[in-house]
Each structure stands twice: as C-alpha cells, then as structure tokens.
Write a new protein. Structure first.
Lengths: 249, 148
C-alpha cells in the first residue's frame, strides 16, 4: 500500500509527467476561477444587501477577506512543500514552493492595500500598528525574504534549502495572524466566518464571500501550475525531455 | 538514523525552537502588543499616566455633547465595568456613533478626563442588512418590555 503511494508520488513528481498533466489541468482551474469570480462578484456587489453600519463600503470584504485568507493559505502550502522538498528531496515540491511565493506576496499586498483603503473612511486611519496589521505586514516581508533568498543564491539546490528553511521558520507567524484579534486588543475586528460559533454574517452576504474564496483558490491553483511549469522547464533546460519538447515545436 | 529522518528531525526541531522563542517573546512583550487599554484597566491604574496611550470602549448612548460652531466634542467611554470621560477636537470617523466601539489616542489630564488627539472607530465582526438589524432591535425591545 505505502510503496504504491510512494511510487505514485514519484511518477507524478517527475518533471516531465507534471509538465504534461498540469498543462491539461490549468484550463479547468482557470475557467472555474473565472466563472466563480463573475458569479461571486455579481452576488456580492449587486444582490447582497448593504450593511446596517457600514452601508455600501463593507463590500470591499469580497476582495479583502479572500485575499487575506489566500495569503495565509499559500504561505502554509509553500512551507509544506518546502519541507517536503527538504525532507524527501522531491524536486517538484521545491518548484511548487518557489512558484507560490510571488502569488502569496501579491495576495498579502492586495489584502493590505484594500484594508487600508477601507480603513481610512471607516476607522479614520489608513494604517495603525495593531497586532493584526503588523503581523500581516510581516507575512508580506517573509514572502519577500523567501523570494530574495531564491534569487540571491546561484546554486539552485542551496537556494531551495535556504529559502525552504526560511519558509518553515516563518510558519509560526500564521497562527499569530489568525489569533492576533483574540490574543490582544486590536483595532481590527475579530473573526466573522472562521470561528467555532455560527458565522456572524447574514447568509445573503456570506454566500458571495465563500464563492469568492473558492474562486481565489482556483485562481491560485491555475496560476501556481502555470508558474511551476515554467520553473520546471527552466530548471530542466539541459535535460533531454525539454530538448525533445522544443524540437517538436 | 538515516539521512531522511535526520532531516525530518531538523525541520521539527527548527519549528519547535522557533515556536518556543516566539511564545516567550510575545509573552514578554504582551503589554506593548496591546493596541489599547480598556476603561477598567485605567480605573485599576494599569495605564501609563505620563505618556500618551490608547483607550478603547463603547461610546455611552446619550453622552455625546457637541459644541456649537466648532469641532469640539465630549463623550463617555465604557467597557460596561468602568467609564472614562473623553474630550476631542477634530473630525470623527464615519462609524463614530453612540453605542459603537472606538479607540482614542491621548492622555489623561489632572481632572481625570481623557484628552484625545485622535479618534478611530472600531467596528464589530457582525455583518447584516439594515432590515435584520432593525428586526433584532425590535425583538430586543419586545423582550425588554416583557421582562418589565
């Protein structure tokens, strides 16, 4: 049983097999992401009612919240694949990790910018140094650190090792971001959806939010596969299967 | 121990070490990580009295007094345990209203009034349409009338 799984992992993680399979999967993920985004945005911006306190401006949560969730999700995905790459030395895992970093950084950046734009009219300040905002900013810097290490070290295996360790170390920041609003007094409000209680958001507002969250997940899946395929081609540029691929063009 | 499990140990140890260091660090800086003090903490004398700090709480309903002709405003801030009077001279954020949570930055003066230099609104994690909020309020009112 176990050896079967191991064999399957080895087949799938061979760069050549991955390149082909990922290429077939990308259109499905991309189409799903597009459809869900259109549906989610339509429900969120036109159908969902305004909020009793914030009026129309709460609608920024349909971008802000999924982006913030994705910045955490992608970091965990990156750290897990980095440790798989480190422990079992599966090259594809390192590729996935390094392909994820810029996408996660972009989502963290979007979360920070949209939050700041909303914060000015609602809180009265673009930025405050409370625990939630600060820890999310640190997450963005962790992504930058990972990317910097990846490109600063010439030798690919050393680069993967060093940046992978940074990704693993940075994982402690993830629970801090999530629980910051409970552990300390913050200006940022507490969790609405991801708590053990019933979500404290009206169903008509929750459904578009979940649709958008799913849309962002599919978008990430499509994008990470595109980037990973690129990376695999680049890393294997001197191998035979890539040369054969090029000759076929 | 083979190489693979040694690497596994390394990753686990690194994670464990960093987590312990973070927990210790955060505990040590617990106080500095608080974005604001509550009125109860001020009443208990936990807030600094020489430098500015932030206080957070709910604006007491019916306590907001505005002055004619300028932006000066006074209100009481409560956490349902203690209450602090606050005075402020400036533009208030959109979400500032009675019963709403706010965070003010400033100092306590000699008379015990908190003189704010900045007022930020802190909103809660509840999102609902206005009709639902009205219905909830009506239900609350009915419940109260019943208990009287």
């Amino acid at each position: 049983m176990f050896s079967k799984i191991w064999k399957w992992i080895q087949t799938f993680s061979s760069p050549k097999y991955f390149y082909g399979t990922a290429g077939k999967l990308i259109p499905w993920f991309a189409a799903g992401a597009l459809a869900l985004t259109v549906w989610g945005l339509y429900l969120g911006l036109f159908v969902a009612p305004p909020d009793y306190q914030q009026g129309e401006s709460y609608r920024i949560i349909y971008v802000h919240v999924p982006a913030a969730w994705m910045s955490l999700f992608i970091y965990v995905a990156m750290a897990v694949s980095a440790s798989v790459g480190l422990i079992w030395q599966i090259r594809l895992a390192d590729v996935i990790a390094s392909a994820s970093a810029p996408i996660g950084a972009a989502f963290a950046f979007i979360a920070l910018v949209t939050g700041s734009l909303w914060g000015k009219p609602m809180w009265g300040a673009y930025w405050v140094w409370d625990a939630r905002l600060t820890s999310e900013l640190i997450l963005l810097f962790l992504y930058f650190g990972y990317m910097a290490l990846q490109s600063a070290i010439e030798d690919q295996r050393t680069a993967d090792k060093a940046s992978g360790l940074l990704a693993i170390v940075g994982v402690v920041n993830v629970p801090i971001i999530h629980y910051s609003v409970e552990w300390w007094n913050t200006l940022h409000q507490g969790a609405t959806v991801t708590k053990f209680d019933k979500p404290s958001i009206d169903t008509s507002m929750l459904i578009p939010l979940l649709l958008m969250a799913l849309a962002f997940k599919l978008f990430y899946a499509a994008l990470v596969l595109v980037r990973a395929r690129n990376e695999v081609l680049y890393r294997d540029r001197n191998r035979r299967w890539v040369r054969e691929l090029i000759q076929k063009l | 121990m083979n190489k693979r499990s040694r690497r596994k140990m390394l990753v686990v140890l690194v994670l464990f070490g960093v987590s312990v260091a973070t927990v210790l660090g955060l505990t040590a800086f617990q106080e500095n990580l608080l974005y604001f003090y509550s009125p109860a903490q001020i009443a208990a004398g936990e807030a600094p009295d020489s430098r500015s700090f932030r206080v957070g709480g709910l604006v007491v309903a019916g306590s907001v007094q505005r002055e004619e002709g300028n932006l000066a405003v006074q209100f009481d801030l409560t956490d349902n345990t203690a209450t602090v009077p606050v005075s402020y001279d400036g533009i208030l954020p959109d979400l500032f209203r009675e019963g709403q949570g706010i965070v003010a930055m400033g100092k306590i003066d000699s008379s015990g009034t908190f003189v704010a230099e900045e007022v930020l609104a802190k909103h809660d994690e509840n999102y609902m349409p206005p009709e639902v909020a009205d219905a909830l309020k009506a239900a609350e009112q009915a419940r109260r009338n019943e208990s009287i």
